[in-house]
Design a protein around this ligand. Structure first.
Ligand code: NI
Length: 131
């Protein structure tokens, strides 16, 4: 974190790791995280917090298991979507995307409940930017 303005382009250019969010800034007790993604994340749920997504580049898909069944939402660049707490979800991006997430500090990327975490997914509460 810095007390100077931060270019999101600069932040995104500072790392290559996929599914491994960096904390760009904080707002009260929330993180603003940015991540690069490609392929599939893991099915998981955050029991106590909603999770906000903003797509900066590319297209993100989020599969959702809802009471009415499973569906996948598509978020092209510039789209926002909030996954409600308790809802199992699996983000994916066949062609790659850069995303911004807003969620309480300490929130795990793989939630409170999850399938087996594949090696390409970083189970983390977010990393500091190394600028
Ligand atoms: Ni999540």
């Amino acid at each position: 974190m810095t007390d100077e303005p931060l270019s999101l382009a600069t932040a995104l250019a500072s790392f290559d790791a996929l599914w491994s969010p960096r904390v760009a800034t904080r707002v009260n007790d929330y993180d603003v995280r940015v991540a690069k993604v490609r392929g599939e994340h893991v099915w998981h749920a955050h029991d106590d917090t909603d999770e906000f997504f903003l797509v900066l580049e590319g297209e993100l898909r989020i599969a959702l298991r809802e009471p009415a069944g499973e569906r996948t939402v598509r978020l092209p660049r510039g789209s926002v979507f909030t996954v409600p707490h308790g809802t199992e979800h699996r983000p994916s991006s066949p062609d790659g995307a850069s995303i911004l997430m807003f969620e309480p500090t300490g929130t795990s990327t793989v939630g409170d409940r999850h399938d087996e975490v594949p090696s390409h997914v970083d189970a983390t509460t977010g990393h500091a930017l190394d600028l």
